[in-house]
Every structure is written in structure tokens, then in C-alpha cells.
Design a protein around this ligand. Structure first.
Ligand code: FES
Length: 81
């Protein structure tokens, strides 16, 4: 069975396609973006992004299908990171 591709809309207006469970950082780099990182263990919040309005930490979360065919990503604009 073919897995469904998720369309990801990035804040720089680029679009990538990913599968459920794919890595956020690799997809960001496909869109020529870099998600900031810190601890990589889910505790510092440096990597936080908003996905369809929900804040996630990509270092401990993979791309999830969640009954959507499209994900809209926004970078949280914390000036300290
Ligand atoms: S890098 Fe620290 S929470 Fe993701």
C-alpha cells in the first residue's frame, strides 16, 4: 500500500512533501530552512515550531499525519533564540 504524502507549507513559501513519521529537520532543510536546536532532548524549547497552530518540539516529534493532507508550519518568533 502506498503511503500518503503530506504537503508541508513552510514560512518561506516553499513546499515539501513528507511521509508520516519523517524527520522535521530534514524536511526543513529541503525547504532551505533551518530549525534552531539546543538540547535535542525536548527540554529547552529552542526548536519549537507551530504546525497548524499547535506548538511542537521537532527534536522529539516526527511529522504526523493526524488526518490532515497539508501542514502549515510557522516558526515561533522568540527573539531570544
Ligand atoms: S532542541 Fe531543545 S527542545 Fe528541541
Amino acid at each position: 500500500m502506498k503511503k500518503k504524502q503530506l504537503k508541508i507549507n513552510w514560512p518561506n513559501n516553499k513546499v515539501t512533501f513528507a511521509l508520516d513519521g519523517d524527520d522535521w529537520f530534514k524536511n526543513a532543510s529541503k525547504a532551505s530552512l533551518e530549525i534552531p536546536t539546543g538540547c535535542l532532548t525536548g527540554s529547552c524549547g529552542a526548536c519549537e515550531i507551530d504546525v497548524n497552530g499547535e506548538t511542537i518540539r521537532p527534536c522529539v516529534n516526527s511529522i504526523e499525519y493526524k488526518n490532515k493532507s497539508e501542514l502549515n508550519v510557522e516558526f515561533t518568533s522568540d527573539p531570544f533564540w
